[in-house]
Design a protein around this ligand. Structure first.
Ligand SMILES: [Zn+2]
Length: 471
């Protein structure tokens, strides 16, 4: 578990250009599917025959770690850019402006280029610039433009889009299949809003959540069938993943909930805040009130973590962005951060520490370039980006991920290994032969010498050498 972060810290900003071979050999198509809020172990207490079959036919990571903050837009944008949240700048689901005090909902941000385009190019645009045709189906960030460039085809979720309509889920797959087959798209991202919604409304440990996981599983089965039906099995790689997990919100009387208005007077101390949004919040103090606000909150609740922006733990790779507000707060798992009141809406939530197991999420993959029946070690979701670049055969933008973490999943990267083994075998065989030849010749020479000595000895006995005196 602890190993998941190690390689990331040692390679904070590395560009991993595609290997020598992938451009020459051409590349397969790629479908990235995200089921929002699919906790890493949601398939373990439900029958999921289709996902189980994929474990045999492809790759499964035990779990993956999303970036902090464990929220939908920030995490999805990390997957599609390979960058930490503080680098790509999509630091929250909400778009906000602490000067105008305006806030925009998650769905309202989807067409707002100014929230997404912060100088980091998502994979759609990089792939397009290298000759690929790409599309986004409801995937967060797909509706914006980047340096003036739009994704070739984009469908953005409407405000009233139903999250759990299984028929629509299948229609979306049919449409994506036709994009690949009839219009020759190379890379498509497909997003579903479940099981996140059910996890929030009903809670992650409920029968409702199990039901939606069965629906996800049927949809994955439908996807596999559709791939076969459209003769894409040999040319389409598929990655199925998600943005974060889900944990049950702790409520009274079981616990004392976090309610910041118990400790601070908002009207005196705060100018602006992003609170009441799961396990994480941010506050801009009124001018001159930073220390007072900080001290009032610092030890207010045993399950509330409070930091000044400049002291926020670096391993989260979160706070070094100008959009992050001066005071950051997050709760221990299950302790939502409430501001002025407690809105009893969500039974499950996320936004908590990404090291908490309930925040971990899934990674599955299958297709012509992936090994079968391969169980991968847990890894951070930033590493998905260089993997996707390799699968598509394109040169990545600078990113925080590393192909070294994921390349063992791939069939072609095992080739050099087996070549090395073969070369080692041949070299050893040659070495053994040389040794044998050496031993044989040494033995032969020794025998010959002995024979000669014997002969000479015999001769000497019969014909003693002339002594000098006889001369
Ligand atoms: Zn989400």
């Amino acid at each position: 578990m602890a190993a998941t972060r190690k390689p990331v810290i040692t390679q904070p900003f590395t560009c991993h250009p595609a290997g020598r071979n992938e451009k020459e050999k051409g590349s397969n198509k790629l479908l990235l599917v995200s089921f929002d809020g699919f906790r890493w172990n949601y398939d373990q207490d439900v029958d999921t025959p289709n996902m189980d079959l994929l474990v045999k036919q492809g790759v499964k990571a035990e779990y993956i770690t999303p970036p902090f903050v464990t929220m939908t837009s920030p995490s999805h944008f990390t997957i599609i850019t390979g960058r930490w949240i503080e680098d790509h700048g999509v630091i929250h689901n909400l778009m906000f402006n602490p000067e105008t005090l305006r806030k925009y909902s998650h769905k309202a941000t989807q067409n707002k280029t100014e929230w997404w385009d912060n100088g980091v190019l998502p994979l759609w645009i990089t792939a397009q610039n290298q000759g690929k045709k790409t599309a986004s189906f409801h995937y967060p960030g797909g509706g914006a433009t980047y340096k003036g460039q739009a994704v070739d085809r984009t469908l953005v979720e409407s405000f009233d889009h139903p999250d759990s309509n299984e028929t629509e889920w299948r229609e979306n797959i049919d449409m994506v299949m036709s994009w690949f087959t009839k219009e020759n798209f190379d890379f498509v991202t497909l997003y579903y809003g479940e099981p996140d919604q059910v996890g929030h409304r009903k809670g992650p440990e409920t029968e409702d959540r199990k039901m939606i996981i069965r629906q996800v599983d049927r949809t994955i089965g439908y996807l596999v069938e559709a791939i076969e039906k459209h003769s894409l099995k040999d040319k389409l790689n598929v990655i199925i993943t998600s943005d974060h997990g889900m944990t049950t919100v702790k409520k009274k009387p079981e616990v004392e909930e976090i309610l910041l208005s118990k400790y601070i007077k908002f009207s005196n101390l705060t100018k602006f805040d992003i609170l009441d949004y799961g396990g994480f919040g941010m506050i801009t103090p009124k001018p001159g009130k930073e220390e007072e606000l900080y001290q009032a909150l610092k030890n207010a609740h045993p399950h509330l973590k409070v930091y000044k922006k400049e002291e926020f733990p670096e391993h989260f790779h979160y706070a070094k962005n100008e959009r992050v507000l001066p005071i950051l707060v997050y709760g221990d798992p299950g302790y939502s951060v409430n501001g002025r009141f407690i809105f009893y809406v969500n039974k499950g939530d996320h936004g908590f520490d990404n090291e908490d197991m309930d925040m971990k999420t899934i990674f599955r993959a299958f297709g012509p370039d992936f090994k079968e029946n391969y169980l991968a070690e847990p890894f951070d979701s930033i590493h998905i980006y260089p993997l996707m670049c390799k699968l598509l055969g394109i040169n990545p933008q600078p990113n925080n991920g590393s192909l070294a973490i994921t390349q063992k999943m791939l069939i072609d990267t095992s080739q050099p290994e087996s070549n090395i083994l073969l070369a080692a075998f041949i070299l050893s065989a040659i070495a053994v032969m040389l040794v044998l030849i050496f031993i044989t010749s040494v033995t032969y020479t020794a025998i010959q010498r002995k024979k000669r000595q014997k002969k000479n000895h015999h001769k000497a006995k019969n014909n003693p050498p002339l002594s000098s005196t006889t001369l």
